[in-house]
Design a protein around this ligand. Structure first.
Ligand SMILES: NC(=O)c1ccc[n+]([C@@H]2O[C@H](COP(=O)([O-])OP(=O)(O)OC[C@H]3O[C@@H](n4cnc5c(N)ncnc54)[C@H](OP(=O)(O)O)[C@@H]3O)[C@@H](O)[C@H]2O)c1
Length: 287
């Protein structure tokens, strides 16, 4: 297969390029291709002649999106539309990646692909708009929603991966100074290489439409941070905080757990538990 990967300088993009090796015929970050520029997108896609266009690019600055909504929508909504149209013009499959932040997190049961989204933030709304525009473009598509992604090199927009940011905060603090981490938001930490592998397997199976894919299990960000310092053997206390006490404009879902039933119904094995993936990341992949 000939893959074109946008957002290749990000956590998922890097993992996809590593997973696919010489199946990648074109890859780049925003400097190589700005997905908000429809002519550039059409030119690059036409030139690369891919079978599969994977959009791993995103405006991932959730806080920044609250004040720079137009820019977030340009990347997260119009970018996927331009890519879908360009992919369709060369008869390629569009693979787009979205987020659990399309949900409000009020539901205690895991969300499946039929549950009604209700984003709380501009970022979540822009990602939902991207999903709708890809679907409405009429192109063949696969959309994969995921959660709390962490991977090698981290997300530039977020200042690193979550585990790396926790370890950096621990290293920067005074000895014994506790780290405050949100304990009223639950997520499913997902390791970028595991997600990349799942995406490639879904494509190989001919899957189309919308799928939820995360590592197994869920936890609060507080528990994610606790596990990070425990595995990294960093002796720093982690204490619980409420999201509203830590400030920030963007509202985030309290409990947006994604059901993987549709993914598993394809016959693909579940992704490993998130803590196992975190141990591998901290043992081998931290940069
Ligand atoms: N990170 C999370 O916690 C999380 C959670 C759920 C879902 N997701 C979704 O998962 C996907 C991958 O996220 P990630 O964490 O791997 O992202 P990331 O590490 O933040 O990387 C974002 C990528 O998008 C590129 N980009 C930004 N603006 C662009 C533009 N205008 N044109 C082209 N490329 C642009 C960046 O390029 P440069 O760095 O070169 O500018 C970078 O390669 C995204 O769809 C995201 O919404 C992420």
């Amino acid at each position: 297969m000939r893959y074109l990967i946008t957002g290749a300088t990000g956590q998922l993009g890097r993992a996809l390029c590593a997973r696919l090796g010489n199946e990648v015929v074109w890859s780049g970050g925003s400097a190589e291709l700005d997905v908000t520029d429809p002519e550039a997108v059409a030119r690059v896609v036409r030139g690369a002649r891919p079978d599969i266009v994977v959009n791993a690019s995103a405006w991932n600055d959730v806080e920044g999106a609250e004040t720079l909504g137009a820019a977030a929508f340009a990347v997260n909504a119009l970018g996927p539309l331009h890519l879908a149209r360009a992919a369709s013009a060369v008869a390629a499959l569009t693979v787009h990646v979205s987020t659990d932040f399309v949900f409000d997190g009020a539901q205690q049961a895991p969300y499946d692909e039929h549950d009604c989204p209700r984003p709380l933030s501009v970022y979540g709304a822009s990602k939902l708009a991207g999903e709708h525009l890809v679907a409405a473009s009429g192109c063949p598509y696969l959309i994969v929603r995921t959660s709390a992604l962490f991977g090698r090199g981290g997300s530039r927009a977020k200042g690193g991966s979550f585990p790396d940011r926790i370890l950096a905060r621990a290293a920067a603090g005074s000895p014994g100074e506790p780290l405050q981490v949100v304990s009223d938001q639950v997520c499913s930490p997902t390791y970028a290489p595991d997600l990349a592998d799942a995406i490639v397997k879904l494509v190989a199976k001919g899957a189309r439409g919308l799928f939820h894919v995360t590592n197994q299990g869920s936890c609060t960000w507080y528990a994610f941070a606790q596990e990070t310092v425990r595995v990294a053997r960093v002796d720093v206390p982690v204490i619980e905080a409420r999201a509203r006490d830590l400030g920030g404009k963007a509202r985030r879902p309290g409990h947006a757990i994604l059901s993987k039933e549709r993914y598993e119904a394809t016959g693909l094995p579940p992704l490993r538990p998130w803590a196992e993936a975190l141990a591998e990341y901290l043992g081998t992949g931290r940069s």
